[in-house]
Design a protein around this ligand. Structure first.
Ligand code: NAG
Ligand code: NAG
Ligand code: NAG
Length: 436
Protein backbone atom coordinates (compact mmCIF):
# COMPACT_ATOMS: atom_id res chain seq x y z
CA UNK A 1 0.00 0.00 0.00
CA UNK A 2 1.60 3.29 -1.09
CA UNK A 3 1.23 6.55 0.79
CA UNK A 4 -2.11 8.30 0.58
CA UNK A 5 -2.63 11.08 -1.90
CA UNK A 6 -4.01 14.36 -0.62
CA UNK A 7 -7.29 13.64 -2.40
CA UNK A 8 -7.70 10.49 -0.34
CA UNK A 9 -7.02 12.33 2.88
CA UNK A 10 -9.56 14.96 1.90
CA UNK A 11 -12.10 12.31 0.96
CA UNK A 12 -11.82 10.82 4.38
CA UNK A 13 -12.21 14.11 6.19
CA UNK A 14 -15.13 15.37 4.11
CA UNK A 15 -17.25 12.22 4.31
CA UNK A 16 -18.77 13.00 7.66
CA UNK A 17 -19.90 16.59 7.06
CA UNK A 18 -22.96 17.14 9.20
CA UNK A 19 -26.24 16.53 7.45
CA UNK A 20 -28.56 18.86 9.30
CA UNK A 21 -28.74 22.45 8.14
CA UNK A 22 -28.05 24.24 11.40
CA UNK A 23 -25.71 27.22 10.98
CA UNK A 24 -21.95 27.11 11.49
CA UNK A 25 -21.64 23.43 12.32
CA UNK A 26 -18.05 24.06 11.27
CA UNK A 27 -16.20 27.35 11.80
CA UNK A 28 -17.28 30.09 9.38
CA UNK A 29 -14.97 30.93 6.47
CA UNK A 30 -14.85 34.12 4.50
CA UNK A 31 -13.54 37.65 4.40
CA UNK A 32 -13.99 40.70 6.61
CA UNK A 33 -13.01 44.28 5.88
CA UNK A 34 -11.72 45.50 9.22
CA UNK A 35 -8.07 44.54 9.75
CA UNK A 36 -7.00 45.56 6.25
CA UNK A 37 -9.36 48.43 5.42
CA UNK A 38 -10.32 49.76 8.88
CA UNK A 39 -12.43 52.92 8.77
CA UNK A 40 -11.11 54.33 5.52
CA UNK A 41 -14.02 56.47 4.35
CA UNK A 42 -12.00 58.71 2.05
CA UNK A 43 -13.45 57.60 -1.26
CA UNK A 44 -12.31 60.79 -2.92
CA UNK A 45 -8.58 60.26 -2.44
CA UNK A 46 -8.57 56.49 -1.88
CA UNK A 47 -11.42 55.06 -3.97
CA UNK A 48 -9.86 51.58 -4.20
CA UNK A 49 -9.62 51.06 -0.45
CA UNK A 50 -12.42 53.01 1.14
CA UNK A 51 -15.37 51.27 2.82
CA UNK A 52 -17.87 51.35 -0.04
CA UNK A 53 -20.05 48.99 -2.02
CA UNK A 54 -17.30 48.82 -4.66
CA UNK A 55 -14.89 47.20 -2.21
CA UNK A 56 -17.44 44.52 -1.28
CA UNK A 57 -18.49 43.89 -4.88
CA UNK A 58 -14.85 43.60 -5.98
CA UNK A 59 -14.15 41.20 -3.12
CA UNK A 60 -17.25 39.14 -3.93
CA UNK A 61 -15.99 38.82 -7.51
CA UNK A 62 -12.62 37.62 -6.30
CA UNK A 63 -14.13 35.12 -3.83
CA UNK A 64 -16.37 33.73 -6.55
CA UNK A 65 -13.84 33.68 -9.40
CA UNK A 66 -10.50 32.86 -7.80
CA UNK A 67 -11.29 29.50 -6.22
CA UNK A 68 -12.12 30.73 -2.71
CA UNK A 69 -15.82 29.92 -2.66
CA UNK A 70 -15.23 26.28 -3.63
CA UNK A 71 -12.91 25.93 -0.65
CA UNK A 72 -15.58 27.21 1.73
CA UNK A 73 -14.75 30.93 1.97
CA UNK A 74 -18.35 32.11 1.66
CA UNK A 75 -19.08 34.99 4.07
CA UNK A 76 -18.21 38.53 3.03
CA UNK A 77 -18.50 40.68 6.09
CA UNK A 78 -18.84 44.45 6.31
CA UNK A 79 -17.34 45.82 9.53
CA UNK A 80 -17.71 49.27 11.12
CA UNK A 81 -18.13 52.53 9.17
CA UNK A 82 -20.79 51.48 6.64
CA UNK A 83 -23.55 53.52 8.22
CA UNK A 84 -24.95 56.95 7.74
CA UNK A 85 -24.58 59.12 10.85
CA UNK A 86 -28.38 59.33 10.98
CA UNK A 87 -31.12 56.70 11.19
CA UNK A 88 -33.92 57.12 8.63
CA UNK A 89 -37.35 58.63 9.35
CA UNK A 90 -38.57 55.22 10.62
CA UNK A 91 -35.65 54.89 13.03
CA UNK A 92 -33.84 52.32 10.88
CA UNK A 93 -30.13 52.17 10.29
CA UNK A 94 -29.15 53.13 6.76
CA UNK A 95 -25.90 52.97 4.82
CA UNK A 96 -23.98 56.15 4.02
CA UNK A 97 -25.53 57.00 0.64
CA UNK A 98 -22.39 58.43 -0.97
CA UNK A 99 -20.47 55.19 -0.37
CA UNK A 100 -23.34 52.68 -0.71
CA UNK A 101 -25.58 54.36 -3.30
CA UNK A 102 -27.27 51.03 -4.21
CA UNK A 103 -28.13 50.21 -0.59
CA UNK A 104 -27.42 47.04 1.37
CA UNK A 105 -30.28 44.94 -0.06
CA UNK A 106 -28.85 45.38 -3.55
CA UNK A 107 -25.36 44.53 -2.32
CA UNK A 108 -26.79 41.40 -0.66
CA UNK A 109 -28.37 40.35 -3.97
CA UNK A 110 -25.05 40.86 -5.76
CA UNK A 111 -23.33 38.67 -3.18
CA UNK A 112 -26.06 36.00 -3.16
CA UNK A 113 -26.03 35.86 -6.96
CA UNK A 114 -22.42 34.73 -6.69
CA UNK A 115 -23.23 31.97 -4.22
CA UNK A 116 -21.85 33.94 -1.26
CA UNK A 117 -23.30 35.28 1.99
CA UNK A 118 -23.35 38.80 3.43
CA UNK A 119 -22.33 39.73 6.95
CA UNK A 120 -22.90 43.12 8.53
CA UNK A 121 -21.80 44.97 11.65
CA UNK A 122 -23.64 46.67 14.47
CA UNK A 123 -22.74 47.69 18.01
CA UNK A 124 -24.49 47.07 21.32
CA UNK A 125 -24.26 50.59 22.71
CA UNK A 126 -24.90 54.24 21.98
CA UNK A 127 -22.29 54.35 19.18
CA UNK A 128 -20.20 51.94 17.16
CA UNK A 129 -16.51 51.85 18.09
CA UNK A 130 -15.85 54.41 15.33
CA UNK A 131 -18.72 56.66 16.38
CA UNK A 132 -21.54 55.66 14.01
CA UNK A 133 -25.08 55.01 15.33
CA UNK A 134 -25.18 52.25 17.91
CA UNK A 135 -27.89 49.74 18.77
CA UNK A 136 -29.24 50.62 22.19
CA UNK A 137 -31.54 48.15 23.96
CA UNK A 138 -34.66 49.78 22.51
CA UNK A 139 -33.29 49.49 18.94
CA UNK A 140 -32.41 45.78 18.96
CA UNK A 141 -35.62 44.47 17.37
CA UNK A 142 -35.83 47.10 14.66
CA UNK A 143 -32.18 46.57 13.71
CA UNK A 144 -32.57 42.77 13.55
CA UNK A 145 -35.64 43.24 11.32
CA UNK A 146 -33.81 45.71 9.09
CA UNK A 147 -30.92 43.28 8.59
CA UNK A 148 -33.31 40.42 7.81
CA UNK A 149 -35.24 42.58 5.34
CA UNK A 150 -32.00 43.34 3.50
CA UNK A 151 -31.08 39.66 3.22
CA UNK A 152 -28.18 39.73 5.67
CA UNK A 153 -26.76 36.29 6.64
CA UNK A 154 -24.40 37.12 9.52
CA UNK A 155 -24.19 39.79 12.20
CA UNK A 156 -21.06 40.87 14.05
CA UNK A 157 -22.36 42.60 17.18
CA UNK A 158 -19.66 44.72 18.79
CA UNK A 159 -19.79 46.18 22.30
CA UNK A 160 -18.31 49.69 22.39
CA UNK A 161 -20.15 52.38 24.37
CA UNK A 162 -22.29 50.14 26.58
CA UNK A 163 -21.98 49.06 30.20
CA UNK A 164 -21.90 45.44 31.46
CA UNK A 165 -25.57 45.51 32.42
CA UNK A 166 -26.62 46.64 28.94
CA UNK A 167 -24.32 44.02 27.45
CA UNK A 168 -25.66 41.14 29.50
CA UNK A 169 -29.21 42.15 28.54
CA UNK A 170 -28.43 43.14 24.96
CA UNK A 171 -26.55 40.13 23.58
CA UNK A 172 -29.26 37.54 24.40
CA UNK A 173 -31.95 39.99 23.32
CA UNK A 174 -30.32 40.36 19.89
CA UNK A 175 -30.09 36.57 19.65
CA UNK A 176 -33.86 36.33 20.21
CA UNK A 177 -34.56 39.19 17.85
CA UNK A 178 -32.52 37.61 15.04
CA UNK A 179 -34.34 34.32 15.57
CA UNK A 180 -37.72 36.09 15.57
CA UNK A 181 -37.11 37.50 12.09
CA UNK A 182 -37.35 33.96 10.71
CA UNK A 183 -34.23 34.53 8.60
CA UNK A 184 -31.32 32.25 9.60
CA UNK A 185 -28.43 34.56 10.47
CA UNK A 186 -25.12 33.67 12.04
CA UNK A 187 -24.47 35.69 15.17
CA UNK A 188 -20.99 36.78 16.27
CA UNK A 189 -20.81 38.28 19.76
CA UNK A 190 -18.00 40.55 20.91
CA UNK A 191 -19.18 40.40 24.53
CA UNK A 192 -16.22 38.46 26.01
CA UNK A 193 -13.67 41.05 24.86
CA UNK A 194 -15.47 43.72 26.87
CA UNK A 195 -15.50 41.76 30.13
CA UNK A 196 -12.02 40.25 30.18
CA UNK A 197 -12.65 37.12 28.11
CA UNK A 198 -12.62 34.59 30.96
CA UNK A 199 -14.89 33.01 33.58
CA UNK A 200 -16.42 33.97 35.90
CA UNK A 201 -17.06 37.19 33.94
CA UNK A 202 -17.95 35.15 30.86
CA UNK A 203 -20.18 32.07 31.05
CA UNK A 204 -19.15 30.29 27.86
CA UNK A 205 -21.82 27.67 28.10
CA UNK A 206 -24.47 30.39 28.15
CA UNK A 207 -22.74 32.30 25.34
CA UNK A 208 -22.73 29.13 23.24
CA UNK A 209 -26.49 28.91 23.68
CA UNK A 210 -27.09 32.39 22.23
CA UNK A 211 -24.18 33.05 19.80
CA UNK A 212 -22.52 31.02 17.04
CA UNK A 213 -19.12 32.55 17.69
CA UNK A 214 -17.56 35.17 19.88
CA UNK A 215 -14.49 37.35 20.01
CA UNK A 216 -12.60 36.48 23.20
CA UNK A 217 -9.61 38.78 23.04
CA UNK A 218 -8.18 41.98 21.54
CA UNK A 219 -8.29 42.87 17.84
CA UNK A 220 -5.56 41.37 15.70
CA UNK A 221 -3.02 43.76 14.15
CA UNK A 222 -0.80 43.30 11.12
CA UNK A 223 2.22 41.87 12.95
CA UNK A 224 3.72 38.60 14.16
CA UNK A 225 3.80 40.08 17.68
CA UNK A 226 0.04 40.36 17.56
CA UNK A 227 -0.44 36.82 16.20
CA UNK A 228 1.94 35.42 18.83
CA UNK A 229 0.18 37.31 21.62
CA UNK A 230 -3.16 35.87 20.54
CA UNK A 231 -1.83 32.30 20.30
CA UNK A 232 -0.28 32.67 23.74
CA UNK A 233 -3.40 34.06 25.40
CA UNK A 234 -5.64 31.37 23.90
CA UNK A 235 -3.20 28.63 24.91
CA UNK A 236 -2.59 29.95 28.40
CA UNK A 237 -6.37 29.96 28.91
CA UNK A 238 -7.20 26.80 26.98
CA UNK A 239 -8.71 25.04 30.00
CA UNK A 240 -11.48 27.65 30.02
CA UNK A 241 -11.77 28.23 26.27
CA UNK A 242 -11.24 24.86 24.60
CA UNK A 243 -14.30 23.10 26.11
CA UNK A 244 -16.52 26.02 25.06
CA UNK A 245 -16.08 25.25 21.36
CA UNK A 246 -18.07 22.77 19.30
CA UNK A 247 -20.38 22.65 16.29
CA UNK A 248 -22.35 25.92 16.18
CA UNK A 249 -20.25 27.57 18.94
CA UNK A 250 -16.75 28.83 18.24
CA UNK A 251 -14.04 30.86 19.93
CA UNK A 252 -12.83 33.55 17.54
CA UNK A 253 -9.19 34.64 17.82
CA UNK A 254 -9.90 37.17 15.03
CA UNK A 255 -9.09 37.53 11.34
CA UNK A 256 -6.40 35.92 9.21
CA UNK A 257 -3.93 38.64 8.23
CA UNK A 258 -2.11 36.46 5.70
CA UNK A 259 -1.43 38.39 2.49
CA UNK A 260 -0.89 41.75 4.18
CA UNK A 261 2.37 43.37 5.30
CA UNK A 262 3.25 42.01 8.73
CA UNK A 263 4.01 38.30 8.34
CA UNK A 264 6.83 36.37 6.67
CA UNK A 265 5.91 33.23 4.73
CA UNK A 266 6.80 31.09 7.77
CA UNK A 267 4.71 33.28 10.08
CA UNK A 268 1.78 33.14 7.66
CA UNK A 269 1.93 29.34 7.72
CA UNK A 270 2.06 29.52 11.50
CA UNK A 271 -1.12 31.58 11.65
CA UNK A 272 -2.91 29.21 9.25
CA UNK A 273 -1.72 26.16 11.21
CA UNK A 274 -2.71 27.48 14.62
CA UNK A 275 -6.09 28.76 13.42
CA UNK A 276 -6.76 25.26 12.05
CA UNK A 277 -5.75 23.68 15.37
CA UNK A 278 -7.91 26.15 17.33
CA UNK A 279 -11.02 25.47 15.18
CA UNK A 280 -11.02 29.21 14.59
CA UNK A 281 -13.12 31.02 12.01
CA UNK A 282 -11.07 31.34 8.81
CA UNK A 283 -12.02 34.90 8.02
CA UNK A 284 -9.40 36.68 5.97
CA UNK A 285 -8.85 40.42 6.05
CA UNK A 286 -6.65 41.19 3.08
CA UNK A 287 -6.84 42.60 -0.42
CA UNK A 288 -7.97 39.73 -2.64
CA UNK A 289 -7.39 41.90 -5.71
CA UNK A 290 -3.68 42.03 -4.88
CA UNK A 291 -2.55 38.85 -3.20
CA UNK A 292 0.80 37.19 -3.77
CA UNK A 293 1.01 33.54 -4.68
CA UNK A 294 2.56 32.34 -1.45
CA UNK A 295 -0.24 33.89 0.62
CA UNK A 296 -2.80 32.41 -1.76
CA UNK A 297 -1.23 28.95 -1.48
CA UNK A 298 -1.29 29.08 2.33
CA UNK A 299 -4.87 30.34 2.55
CA UNK A 300 -6.02 27.81 -0.05
CA UNK A 301 -4.19 24.84 1.51
CA UNK A 302 -6.87 22.17 1.31
CA UNK A 303 -5.61 19.96 4.11
CA UNK A 304 -5.19 22.88 6.53
CA UNK A 305 -8.76 23.91 5.67
CA UNK A 306 -10.05 20.34 6.07
CA UNK A 307 -8.41 20.12 9.50
CA UNK A 308 -10.01 23.42 10.49
CA UNK A 309 -13.39 22.22 9.22
CA UNK A 310 -13.30 18.77 10.82
CA UNK A 311 -16.92 17.80 11.52
CA UNK A 312 -16.31 16.73 15.13
CA UNK A 313 -15.51 20.36 15.85
CA UNK A 314 -13.19 19.66 18.77
CA UNK A 315 -10.84 22.56 19.39
CA UNK A 316 -7.18 21.60 19.74
CA UNK A 317 -4.80 22.29 22.57
CA UNK A 318 -1.19 23.20 23.28
CA UNK A 319 0.40 19.95 24.49
CA UNK A 320 3.91 21.07 25.27
CA UNK A 321 5.99 24.18 25.76
CA UNK A 322 9.62 23.10 25.67
CA UNK A 323 12.49 25.00 27.28
CA UNK A 324 14.02 25.17 23.81
CA UNK A 325 11.01 27.32 22.77
CA UNK A 326 9.40 24.69 20.60
CA UNK A 327 5.69 24.29 21.25
CA UNK A 328 3.55 21.32 20.24
CA UNK A 329 -0.14 21.66 19.44
CA UNK A 330 -2.60 18.84 18.83
CA UNK A 331 -6.17 18.48 17.61
CA UNK A 332 -8.19 15.25 17.47
CA UNK A 333 -10.00 14.69 14.17
CA UNK A 334 -12.59 12.34 12.72
CA UNK A 335 -11.66 8.72 11.89
CA UNK A 336 -8.97 8.44 14.62
CA UNK A 337 -6.87 10.99 12.79
CA UNK A 338 -5.28 14.02 14.40
CA UNK A 339 -3.28 17.12 13.56
CA UNK A 340 0.05 18.07 15.12
CA UNK A 341 1.74 21.44 14.87
CA UNK A 342 5.32 22.07 15.95
CA UNK A 343 5.76 25.84 16.37
CA UNK A 344 9.12 27.49 16.89
CA UNK A 345 9.12 30.57 19.10
CA UNK A 346 12.86 30.87 18.50
CA UNK A 347 14.54 33.78 16.75
CA UNK A 348 17.85 32.25 15.71
CA UNK A 349 17.87 29.55 13.02
CA UNK A 350 16.01 26.41 11.97
CA UNK A 351 15.91 24.15 15.03
CA UNK A 352 16.21 20.38 14.96
CA UNK A 353 13.53 19.06 17.28
CA UNK A 354 13.56 15.41 18.33
CA UNK A 355 10.49 13.62 19.53
CA UNK A 356 8.34 10.54 19.01
CA UNK A 357 4.62 9.96 18.89
CA UNK A 358 4.88 8.07 22.20
CA UNK A 359 6.27 11.24 23.82
CA UNK A 360 3.18 13.02 22.53
CA UNK A 361 0.95 10.37 24.17
CA UNK A 362 0.02 8.53 20.99
CA UNK A 363 -0.94 4.87 21.44
CA UNK A 364 1.18 2.03 20.16
CA UNK A 365 0.42 1.16 16.55
CA UNK A 366 1.41 2.08 13.05
CA UNK A 367 0.82 5.51 11.58
CA UNK A 368 1.21 7.54 8.45
CA UNK A 369 1.52 11.30 8.26
CA UNK A 370 0.96 13.97 5.64
CA UNK A 371 3.06 17.12 5.95
CA UNK A 372 0.52 19.87 5.35
CA UNK A 373 2.86 22.53 3.96
CA UNK A 374 5.35 20.40 2.00
CA UNK A 375 2.94 17.81 0.66
CA UNK A 376 5.20 14.90 1.56
CA UNK A 377 3.86 11.72 3.13
CA UNK A 378 5.64 9.70 5.79
CA UNK A 379 4.83 6.00 6.13
CA UNK A 380 5.89 3.22 8.46
CA UNK A 381 5.68 5.24 11.67
CA UNK A 382 5.04 3.70 15.02
CA UNK A 383 4.82 5.34 18.41
CA UNK A 384 8.51 4.91 19.20
CA UNK A 385 9.90 5.94 15.80
CA UNK A 386 12.40 8.74 16.41
CA UNK A 387 11.24 11.90 14.62
CA UNK A 388 13.44 14.84 13.81
CA UNK A 389 11.87 18.05 12.55
CA UNK A 390 13.66 21.13 11.27
CA UNK A 391 11.46 24.03 12.31
CA UNK A 392 12.17 27.54 11.03
CA UNK A 393 12.19 30.49 13.46
CA UNK A 394 8.55 31.61 13.97
CA UNK A 395 7.55 28.82 11.61
CA UNK A 396 5.76 25.51 11.90
CA UNK A 397 5.78 21.93 10.76
CA UNK A 398 2.21 20.68 10.52
CA UNK A 399 1.17 17.04 10.25
CA UNK A 400 -2.11 15.31 9.47
CA UNK A 401 -1.62 11.89 11.05
CA UNK A 402 -3.72 8.73 10.88
CA UNK A 403 -3.46 5.04 11.80
CA UNK A 404 -1.91 3.01 9.00
CA UNK A 405 -4.52 0.27 9.09
CA UNK A 406 -7.01 2.75 7.67
CA UNK A 407 -5.13 3.11 4.40
CA UNK A 408 -7.10 0.49 2.51
CA UNK A 409 -10.40 1.80 3.80
CA UNK A 410 -9.37 5.31 2.79
CA UNK A 411 -8.62 4.31 -0.77
CA UNK A 412 -12.11 2.86 -1.04
CA UNK A 413 -13.63 6.02 0.35
CA UNK A 414 -11.70 8.02 -2.18
CA UNK A 415 -13.43 6.40 -5.11
CA UNK A 416 -16.83 6.91 -3.53
CA UNK A 417 -16.34 10.58 -3.01
CA UNK A 418 -16.65 12.53 -6.23
CA UNK A 419 -16.35 15.93 -4.68
CA UNK A 420 -13.03 15.32 -3.05
CA UNK A 421 -11.62 13.53 -6.06
CA UNK A 422 -12.19 16.69 -8.08
CA UNK A 423 -9.79 18.53 -5.85
CA UNK A 424 -6.32 18.75 -7.30
CA UNK A 425 -3.35 17.32 -5.56
CA UNK A 426 -0.68 19.46 -3.88
CA UNK A 427 2.60 19.78 -5.61
CA UNK A 428 5.13 18.12 -3.34
CA UNK A 429 8.01 20.37 -2.34
CA UNK A 430 11.26 19.18 -0.82
CA UNK A 431 10.34 17.96 2.64
CA UNK A 432 11.83 19.58 5.73
CA UNK A 433 11.28 16.43 7.68
CA UNK A 434 13.40 13.38 8.22
CA UNK A 435 12.42 10.15 9.88
CA UNK A 436 15.45 8.49 11.41
C1 NAG B 1 -35.12 29.89 16.07
O1 NAG B 1 -34.86 29.09 17.21
C2 NAG B 1 -35.45 27.77 17.13
C3 NAG B 1 -35.22 27.09 18.47
O2 NAG B 1 -33.85 27.04 18.76
C4 NAG B 1 -34.84 27.03 15.98
O3 NAG B 1 -35.41 25.75 15.85
C5 NAG B 1 -35.04 27.81 14.69
O4 NAG B 1 -34.38 27.19 13.60
C6 NAG B 1 -34.54 29.24 14.84
N1 NAG B 1 -34.87 30.01 13.66
C7 NAG B 1 -34.06 30.90 13.13
C8 NAG B 1 -34.56 31.60 11.90
O5 NAG B 1 -32.96 31.17 13.58
C1 NAG C 1 -23.78 29.18 32.83
O1 NAG C 1 -24.88 29.11 31.96
C2 NAG C 1 -25.57 27.88 31.96
C3 NAG C 1 -26.65 27.95 30.93
O2 NAG C 1 -26.12 27.79 29.66
C4 NAG C 1 -26.12 27.61 33.35
O3 NAG C 1 -26.73 26.33 33.36
C5 NAG C 1 -24.99 27.67 34.37
O4 NAG C 1 -25.55 27.55 35.67
C6 NAG C 1 -24.23 28.97 34.25
N1 NAG C 1 -23.09 28.93 35.15
C7 NAG C 1 -22.84 29.87 36.05
C8 NAG C 1 -21.60 29.70 36.87
O5 NAG C 1 -23.54 30.85 36.17
C1 NAG D 1 8.95 0.97 15.23
O1 NAG D 1 9.63 1.46 14.08
C2 NAG D 1 11.03 1.37 14.17
C3 NAG D 1 11.60 2.03 12.93
O2 NAG D 1 11.15 3.35 12.87
C4 NAG D 1 11.47 -0.09 14.31
O3 NAG D 1 12.85 -0.14 14.48
C5 NAG D 1 10.76 -0.70 15.51
O4 NAG D 1 11.03 -2.08 15.56
C6 NAG D 1 9.26 -0.48 15.42
N1 NAG D 1 8.63 -0.95 16.65
C7 NAG D 1 7.53 -1.68 16.64
C8 NAG D 1 6.97 -2.05 17.99
O5 NAG D 1 6.99 -2.05 15.62
Amino acid sequence: MGPLAVTQILALISLTVALDNGLLKTPPMGWMAWERFRCDIDCKDDPENCISEDLFRDTADRLAEDGWKELGYEYIIVDDCWMSMLRDEHGRLQPEPSRFPGGIAKLARYIHDRGLKLGIYADMGTHTCMGFPGTTLDKIEIDAQTFASWGVDYLKFDGCYSNPVEQILGYPRMSKALNATGRPMAYSCSLPVYVGGLPPNVNYSFLGDICHLWRNYYDIQDSWDSVQGIIEWFSNNQDDLQPAAGPGRWNDPDMLIIGNFGLSVDQARSQMALWAIMAAPLIMSNDLRNLDNSARAILQNKVAIAINQDPMGIQGRRLLQEKNRIEVYWRPLSHSASALVFLSRRTDMPYLYHTSLAKLKYDAGNYEAYDVFTGSTVTGLNATTQLTFSINPSGVVMWYIYPEKQSRQRETLHYQNKKASQLTSHKAKPGHLTVL
